[in-house]
Design a protein around this ligand. Sequence first.
Ligand SMILES: NC(=O)c1ccc[n+]([C@@H]2O[C@H](COP(=O)([O-])OP(=O)(O)OC[C@H]3O[C@@H](n4cnc5c(N)ncnc54)[C@H](O)[C@@H]3O)[C@@H](O)[C@H]2O)c1
Length: 356
Amino acid sequence: MKTNVIKTAFIGTGRISDLHAIEYLQNPNAKIVALCDTDADIAKGRAAAWGLTDAIIETDVDRLLARNDIDLVEIMVPHHLHLPIALKAIAAGKAVSLQKPMCLSLQEADQLVEAAEASSNQFKVFENFIFYPPVIKAKQLIDAGAIGDPISIRIKSNPGKSKTAWKVPTNANAWRQKKSRSGGGPLVFDDGHHKFALAWFFMGEPTDVHSFIGETTTPDGTVLDAPSIISFRFENNRIGNLEVVYSPELEIITQHYAQDDRVEITGSKGVLWINCGHGRIGGPPPLAIYRDGNVTNYHDIPTGWEQSFVMSTRHYIQALQENTQPSLTAIQARKILQFALAAEQSSQDGKSISID
Ligand SMILES: NC(=O)c1ccc[n+]([C@@H]2O[C@H](COP(=O)([O-])OP(=O)(O)OC[C@H]3O[C@@H](n4cnc5c(N)ncnc54)[C@H](O)[C@@H]3O)[C@@H](O)[C@H]2O)c1
């Protein structure tokens, strides 16, 4: 990609696009030039909120992609549309940032991997949790030997209620309740992508997955795939699990989704805790380490969840300018999707699933 300002179009300007916009509005190397949504009012509302008075508003993806004044598209649509829109964008010669999960099945993922690898333009699946500042700091510490060799990761997803959370549009919940559009449950498959990405980021390649996926209906009628527990093994004799618990009366401190996320990584010499994600409960240090009888708390780390989007977007803009490989690549994203699909499959089949 050329090194001048990257002209960017958003495809899908729903709930999450607000967090994608932050870095584009402040980074001198990229600019949002067009907003495409089948609902023109949503796109116009975002343009006004972001101060983009001269942005092109489009309702048709094909017309948007036919424009030659767009270098990069950020795709943020319901999951069943990821494959067709991403394939069209690649074919139209655009660089692509595709929200997670890359698509609904491994067969679809293979098509995307093939198209992305054949393209001369960059392709990234947008995973933000691995760019969350406490996660980046934890990885640096672990790589520097702070807890010895990591042996186990325990991840907790804990949605609840929140007085301060943002409003989620009814439509954004509606498509997530249909498996044909979402590909799986809202917590284990959709949000779970982030947790499987974290597990992969810290522990390496997964080899086996076993899950029990429950079901709970919230007061507003939303069906959640919780309580659930997913266990996994990795290469090098490492293990981990993801526990998903919906606590209807648990007050979460957040400006985004009413959910807390916590991670504990046990190593051969110490233990590390990441104490916040979407939100938090109380005011724990975002990162803490126990080693040699002492606890070290790390307070001075940005913890707004939007920072994970800022850092992930900044990483891609830099990768586009320097022509380096972004994370997640198509192959990496396929691996995370395989991890998430194995959790769904294991619960259905009542047995462990091997990942090749
Ligand atoms: N990384 C994260 O932490 C995170 C968090 C939330 C959502 N997401 C992802 O972002 C994507 C969007 O989620 P959301 O919560 O913003 O959903 P949403 O329903 O709020 O927004 C989707 C938007 O896409 C538009 N749309 C639908 N079909 C379209 C089409 N053919 N062309 C153009 N626009 C179309 C809809 O009108 C809507 O405005 C999903 O892939 C989701 O998994 C990621």
